[in-house]
Structures are given as structure tokens and as C-alpha cells.
Design a protein around this ligand. Structure first.
Ligand SMILES: Nc1ncnc2c1ncn2[C@@H]1O[C@H](COP(=O)(O)OP(=O)(O)OP(=O)(O)O)[C@@H](O)[C@H]1O
Length: 370
């Protein structure tokens, strides 16, 4: 396997009494976009700063192309970072800002004009940064990171505060960067913001990884729950449990939600138990809902969660009330609630997906990654 572009090995960071990051391991593969996702305060910025050598881990290590960031001979040519795009000197012009950073990175002044063109800011090269919109500041911060023609980009919440057009532009730019061989590590607290463009995903919660895998595996994991209408839901739940399928929950509408059994197997078990099954629907859980479930405070990463396609922590077996006698559909007097059941919305309750306008033309990338 190719050497990872970035590797975090059992890294921890404690600030006073705060465990910001705990025994975190992750790999960023070259030429791919990795989404580093987690709610606010989950340790993303601290991890990115450890990777960049700006924060020293309390334990473990972080490597860029096999070495600690501080040991890189020409860091600007290897990694470019956007950590806080809003901390720019307001009285400087965009070009002056870039010239300062070009000198620090040891690259010629001509790179300032090249990167301004690359991010579409040539027309405001001599405008003071104080007048820039959030989106323009984001582009300028990205331009700064591109000065040394880095192979790797590390971006901390670059979409924060951007309007849909700004996010669309950023996605389009990063996709182009990766297509031309570059590696991107991008953090966000909103999965939907980056789900379209990321290849791999690392989800953190409370300073620890709760999921690592490709975004495709994550998407597949969302189809794992079957919503089953049966003549005798409680009996079917018992039959499933006897066959080792214990993650069965009663639903408000009388159906049961089953995790860990394929539809064919479920029907076989129902047949063998003499229970009629009226319908089986694979649940379409929104990726964002899955993300919220994984990063909720009660979530404890287990082996299944960290394995590709893992669904989550073990859940209590079915123990809902028996269905009342009578015609189908049976109605339970009360829904049986488990701690994270509420994470799964009922069909039709999903919030509408945000729509973005078509992408603007891809900026030229003359000095793209090598
Ligand atoms: N320099 C610091 N001193 C003390 N505590 C810190 C420091 N930096 C981070 N922390 C704490 O470490 C925890 C993780 O913070 P971190 O900024 O890494 O999370 P994050 O996922 O990037 O969140 P956000 O998106 O809100 O920045 C938080 O509890 C935070 O308050």
C-alpha cells in the first residue's frame, strides 16, 4: 500500500483537565479527499494542529508522509493548511498578504499572482482584506495554503460561514485538486457539507474515532435497518432473537425495525415460525441522521462501529409490549423507546436536502499539486 499522506497513531492531547483527543488513530490516503467529521468540541482542530506540528501530542504521534511535520525539509511544498481563514490582517491588501507568506515559504513573488488567479481573486488583488466577504477571505486563506504548491491540503472547517455558492466553489476546487493527484484532509461538523466530495470519512466524538471507512461504506450502512410489518411482531422478534438477531425494536406504527438480518433470512425465520410478513422496507436513513446518531454523547464506539459498514453499538433486544389481538395493523398502546431510537426519523420526516446552484466554472490550476 502507498505510504499514507497523513497518519495519526494513537494520538492524545490533554489541556489541563480537558482530554481534547484520546488515543486517536487515522490514515489519510494520498490522492483522496478525507472528511474529518465531528460535532463542535470533539477534538478536530486539536488533531489537525497536532498533524501540522502546532500542538505537541501528550501521547502518540502524527506523521506527514512518514515524518513529523516539524521534520519536513520543505514543509510548504508538502502541506498547505487553512486553520482560521478569518484571522487575516484587515488593512493589508490580498496581494501584500500573500507576498508576506510567499517570502516566509521561500517561494517567488510571482506565486502570489498565480494563486490569486487560481482562487479567482485576481480582480481584488490590491483591495484591502477588511472589505472582503467571508467567502473571499476563505479563498484568500486557501490561496495562502497553495503558495508552495503543496501535495496535501489540511483545511479546518473551511465551509464555515460560506454561502451555498461559496461551498459549491470550494467543493469544485477541492475535487479538481484531488483529481490532479492532491490529497485533502477537510474537517467539518456537518457531514452534508462535505459528503458529496469526500472519498473517506473519519468521524470523531468526544476526542475518539467512532467511524473510519469510505463514504460508500457509510452510505451502505444506512440501509441496514429493515422495517417489517408482520402479523405477530412480538413473535417475530422472539423468533429473530432465537436466531441471533437481537437488534429488534418496536415502532410507533406497529412495525418492527430489524438490524442485522437480510430480507431473505428474515422471511425464512418468519416462515419457519409460521408468522405472516406483510411488508419489508429497507430504511433510508439520511446520512446526517446516521452522523448525529454516531456522535451523540451516549454513543460508544465498539468493534462494529469502527469496522467498515458498522452500524453502531449493540442495542437492547426487543421487549415491547405484546400487540393487541385484532386485525392488522396492530397498534401498540405506547412506543417502546430506546436511547437512540429517536435518532431515526420516520419516513417522510426527513428535512429537505439543501439544494445548491450549479457549480461555477472550475478555476484553472496552473501550479496544481505535484
Ligand atoms: N488551547 C486549548 N486550551 C484548553 N482547552 C482547549 C484548547 N484547545 C482546545 N481545547 C478543548 O479541547 C476540546 C476539543 O477542542 P477542539 O477545538 O479540538 O474541537 P473541535 O472539534 O475542533 O471543535 P470546534 O469545531 O468547536 O472548534 C474542547 O473541549 C476545547 O475546549
Amino acid at each position: 500500500m502507498a505510504q499514507p499522506a497523513v497518519e495519526v497513531r494513537g494520538a492524545s492531547k490533554t489541556f489541563g483537565h480537558t482530554d481534547a483527543v484520546t488515543d486517536l488513530s487515522m490514515t489519510v490516503r494520498p490522492g483522496r479527499i478525507t472528511g474529518f467529521l465531528g460535532p463542535n468540541g470533539s477534538g478536530k482542530s486539536t488533531t489537525l494542529r497536532m498533524i501540522l506540528g502546532l500542538v505537541t501530542p501528550t501521547a502518540g504521534e502524527c506523521l506527514i508522509e512518514g515524518v513529523p511535520a516539524r521534520a519536513l525539509r520543505e514543509p510548504a511544498t508538502v502541506v498547505g493548511a487553512v486553520l482560521d481563514s478569518q484571522r487575516l490582517h484587515p488593512r493589508r491588501t490580498a496581494r501584500a498578504h500573500l507576498l508576506v507568506h510567499a517570502a516566509a515559504a521561500g517561494v517567488p513573488d510571482s506565486r502570489a499572482d498565480e494563486v490569486l488567479a487560481e482562487v479567482g481573486l485576481s480582480s481584488v488583488a490590491r483591495t484591502r482584506i477588511g472589505t472582503f466577504s467571508l467567502g473571499m477571505r476563505g479563498r484568500l486563506a486557501l490561496a495562502t495554503a497553495l503558495l508552495g504548491r503543496p501535495r496535501i491540503l489540511v483545511l479546518d472547517e473551511p465551509a464555515n460561514g460560506l454561502d451555498p455558492q461559496g461551498i459549491a466553489w470550494l467543493r469544485s476546487y477541492l475535487t479538481g485538486f484531488a483529481r490532479s493527484g492532491g490529497t485533502v484532509l477537510i474537517s467539518s461538523h456537518i457531514l452534508g457539507e462535505v459528503a458529496q466530495i469526500v472519498d473517506d470519512v473519519v468521524i470523531v466524538s468526544g476526542g475518539s474515532a467512532v467511524y473510519r471507512g469510505t463514504v460508500e461504506e457509510l452510505r451502505r450502512a444506512q440501509h441496514r435497518r429493515l422495517l417489517v410489518a408482520a402479523a405477530d411482531p412480538a413473535g417475530l422478534a422472539r423468533a429473530l432473537a432465537a436466531d441471533g438477531v437481537s437488534d429488534v425494536r418496536s415502532l410507533r406504527d406497529g412495525r418492527i425495525g430489524v438490524v442485522g438480518a437480510a430480507e431473505d433470512r428474515l422471511r425464512e425465520i418468519a416462515n419457519a415460525a409460521g408468522i405472516a410478513v406483510f411488508g419489508v422496507v429497507a430504511e433510508e436513513v439520511d446520512l446526517e441522521q446516521l452522523f448525529l446518531a454516531m456522535t451523540a454523547p451516549h454513543y460508544v464506539a465498539g468493534a462494529t462501529a469502527l469496522a467498515p459498514g458498522g452500524y453502531g453499538p449493540p442495542t437492547p433486544p426487543y421487549s415491547g409490549p405484546p400487540p393487541p389481538a385484532g386485525p392488522y395493523p396492530p397498534q401498540y398502546p405506547q412506543q417502546t423507546r430506546y436511547p437512540h431510537q429517536q435518532q431515526y426519523p420516520q419516513p417522510g420526516q426527513y428535512p429537505p436536502q439543501q439544494q445548491y446552484p450549479p457549480h461555477p466554472p472550475q478555476p484553472t490550476n496552473p501550479g496544481g499539486p505535484r
